[in-house]
Write a protein that binds this ligand. Structure first.
Ligand SMILES: *[C@@H]1O[C@H](CO)[C@@H](O)[C@H](O)[C@H]1NC(C)=O
Ligand SMILES: *[C@@H]1O[C@H](CO)[C@@H](O)[C@H](O)[C@H]1NC(C)=O
Ligand SMILES: *[C@@H]1O[C@H](CO)[C@@H](O)[C@H](O)[C@H]1NC(C)=O
Ligand SMILES: *[C@@H]1O[C@H](CO)[C@@H](O)[C@H](O)[C@H]1NC(C)=O
Ligand SMILES: *[C@@H]1O[C@H](CO)[C@@H](O)[C@H](O)[C@H]1NC(C)=O
Ligand SMILES: *[C@@H]1O[C@H](CO)[C@@H](O)[C@H](O)[C@H]1NC(C)=O
Ligand SMILES: *[C@@H]1O[C@H](CO)[C@@H](O)[C@H](O)[C@H]1NC(C)=O
Ligand SMILES: *[C@@H]1O[C@H](CO)[C@@H](O)[C@H](O)[C@H]1NC(C)=O
Ligand SMILES: *[C@@H]1O[C@H](CO)[C@@H](O)[C@H](O)[C@H]1NC(C)=O
Ligand SMILES: *[C@@H]1O[C@H](CO)[C@@H](O)[C@H](O)[C@H]1NC(C)=O
Ligand SMILES: *[C@@H]1O[C@H](CO)[C@@H](O)[C@H](O)[C@H]1NC(C)=O
Ligand SMILES: *[C@@H]1O[C@H](CO)[C@@H](O)[C@H](O)[C@H]1NC(C)=O
Length: 419
């Protein structure tokens, strides 16, 4: 009976096609319509304990004959589950507004499988849960990532590549529209070239048929403008706000030759911090980064004095960059600092901070609202005067030269006549 049920479930929920390039999965909903499509390759590297206090590491691929029992989808969440032998690999997806994302990957492996884990001391089934780098995929598009993406954990590394997934298929057929991962996007130079010595660097010939994983070149993801977050710290004694900050934030991190940008997602950011007389702190923690802002009060003005950012790039590299000698976002104590235009700040040689729609007030917040704003120069109404002033000055100079020329001419002519 149970076997029969499982068989029906299998028929109802999924089918697997073995392709030369990975495993293709079609998961159907209860009405029999395609609701999740996936075509991907996964390599596992697992270290486990063997006799003599030693550890062994095995590498294997997600077999293409895996089954899809346990895969399912509904309107808000979907699960891709692939089972092979005593093991299983699954990814959970959720919808988040107009985008969807993979929330976690769970890999469960049974060490008593001696063909995969020979000489294992343990015979337990272990599971690792990791967070994949599949986020902000536009609804009704397929997420595509041909590049290798290694997700590290203590004893298991998972490498995903040639990934094509549509976790929410709306009308029964896979979308032709693709959301590519950052690593797949064409590379553009990021180094600011101050003077253009046009050395014609031979553009790499893109060959559509060959899967060329860009491993050494720097991918520059074109990220959407980060969403604006509103962050509030309350004073200890009173539940009134003592620090206010709103901004959209992006960081750029240089790692070896690679440069990578990441947006702070306000939706998944937790806020903490403290207000002091001479120093206030704002700490933002998201899935990908932790940012600590330290503001100081020098009696007349406040400024952003220190910034400490720790994070993890999509390739899993952990970084921590800090500058404790900054002088940014300066304004009078009884006011707030505002800068609506996009700004970039070099925090360290490796880290750049980008802000959008910025307004902060780390001291003297009254009634939970921002005090009068002191705007950054780029925002201020006077900034448009700069080109006008330059123009006026130039015209003045030209007139001056003309006048002196005319006077000079007349003088020389009269001089000539008088002789
Ligand atoms: C080997 O394992 C045993 C018991 O698990 C432990 O007592 C011993 O210290 C270990 N030896 C080494 C060299 O780690
Ligand atoms: C994946 O694993 C297979 C078998 O172990 C190996 O041949 C292949 O090179 C691996 N691929 C990657 C990208 O690690
Ligand atoms: C953030 O959450 C709000 C509601 O909670 C939602 O409307 C918005 O689309 C979300 N934004 C993103 C980028 O997920
Ligand atoms: C692990 O595999 C062994 C041998 O195949 C089996 O007896 C055991 O039930 C499995 N454990 C789990 C949790 O599935
Ligand atoms: C698993 O290991 C324990 C202790 O090492 C042993 O008692 C048990 O019989 C083993 N179970 C299997 C299924 O091999
Ligand atoms: C995972 O990858 C890291 C970095 O390449 C390596 O140091 C580690 O040994 C790997 N772990 C496993 C289990 O393969
Ligand atoms: C796919 O992209 C085309 C062109 O951008 C657009 O017209 C179409 O609506 C998109 N389809 C889906 C399902 O998003
Ligand atoms: C594409 O790559 C293949 C194999 O690497 C090669 O034979 C072919 O000439 C390439 N085509 C172009 C247009 O570069
Ligand atoms: C708490 O805040 C209210 C107004 O926001 C103020 O009237 C009151 O004095 C404050 N209490 C303390 C203990 O600071
Ligand atoms: C700023 O510092 C001065 C001197 O330490 C202090 O008197 C003042 O209250 C502080 N301002 C705020 C808003 O905390
Ligand atoms: C930055 O924060 C990290 C993690 O909290 C910490 O280890 C490091 O010491 C901090 N760096 C500075 C300069 O404060
Ligand atoms: C940083 O800002 C300056 C002007 O504020 C601008 O010229 C420059 O292009 C910006 N750099 C980046 C990488 O956005």
């Amino acid at each position: 009976m149970y076997r029969y049920a499982a068989f029906v479930l299998f028929l109802a929920f999924g089918s697997v096609f073995q392709l030369s390039h990975g495993i293709e999965v079609n998961v159907k909903d209860k009405a029999g319509k395609l609701c999740l499509y996936a075509n991907l390759m996964v390599n596992f590297s697992v270290s486990y304990e063997v006799a003599g206090n030693k550890s062994a590491t095995v590498e294997f691929e997600l077999p293409s004959n895996s089954t899809t029992d346990g895969s399912e989808c509904d309107d808000r969440s979907s699960t891709l589950k692939l089972n092979f032998g005593e093991h299983s690999w699954s990814v959970n997806f959720t919808i988040n507004g107009e985008t969807y994302q993979a929330d976690y990957i769970t890999f469960s492996y049974n060490l008593s499988d001696a063909t995969v884990f020979p000489n294992s001391v343990l015979n337990d089934t272990l599971a690792v849960t990791v967070k994949p780098h599949i986020t902000d995929v536009a609804k009704d598009t397929c997420y595509s990532c041909k590049s290798k993406d290694m997700i590290e954990d203590i004893s298991v590394n998972q490498t995903l590549w040639n990934v094509l997934i549509q976790a929410f298929v709306s009308n029964g057929s896979k979308s032709e529209n693709i959301s590519s991962c950052a690593a797949d996007l064409p590379t553009t130079p990021v180094a600011p070239t101050t003077h253009t010595t046009s050395t014609t660097t031979a553009a790499p010939v893109t060959n559509a048929t060959s899967p060329a994983p860009p491993t050494t070149t720097a991918p520059t993801p074109t990220l959407p403008t980060p969403s604006t977050g509103k962050y509030i710290i309350n004073s200890d004694d009173n539940s009134t706000a003592c620090l206010l900050a709103t901004f959209g934030l992006r960081i750029g991190f240089k790692q070896a030759e690679k440069y990578q940008e990441m947006n702070l997602e306000p939706n998944t950011t937790t806020v903490s911090g403290s207000c002091g007389v001479n120093s206030s702190e704002l700490v933002l923690v998201s899935n990908s980064m932790t940012i600590m802002f330290t503001f100081t009060n020098d009696t007349k003005k406040f400024r952003l004095h220190a910034l400490n950012i720790t994070g993890k790039t999509s390739s899993g590299v952990v970084f921590s960059e800090a500058n404790t000698n900054l002088s940014l976002w300066e304004a009078a104590i009884s006011s707030s600092y505002m800068c609506n235009k996009e700004q970039n700040y070099t925090i360290t040689s490796l880290l750049t901070l980008y802000t959008f729609d910025l307004q902060v007030q780390p001291f003297g917040v009254k009634k939970g609202v921002f005090s009068t704003a002191e705007e950054c120069f780029l925002d201020s109404d006077l900034s448009f005067l700069v080109p006008i002033a330059v123009g006026v000055a130039l015209s003045f100079l030209i007139i001056l030269v003309l006048i002196s020329y005319l006077i000079g001419r007349r003088k020389s002519r009269t001089g000539y006549q008088s002789v």
